[in-house]
Design a protein around this ligand. Sequence first.
Ligand SMILES: [Zn+2]
Length: 108
Amino acid sequence: MWAELEDLRRQLDSAAGELAAVRVARGDSSADDEHDPDGSTLSSDWSRISGLAAALGERRAGVERALERIDSGTYGACARCGRPIGRARLGARPAADLCIECAREMSR
Ligand SMILES: [Zn+2]
């Protein structure tokens, strides 16, 4: 069993747990995103919590994509150029789907 897989599952669990806690904190566990948050009297708290929820959601989505790539046998290959992603990079960021060169280019 790959160490990365264990890391990914741990990250997924912790992101899912934190995300659920954040959703309860901001009071929309019903997954109803229709209402406009602008009227909130706690707008700074709201934007902080919303930002946290968005970041956790992205992290969870990234981990889920990585687990799918493990299932399909493409984990460890860059999603853009197809070259192998370095072991050091995967060790630091198990959910990474781009090699360091592509990640650098995409963030430009
Ligand atoms: Zn690449």
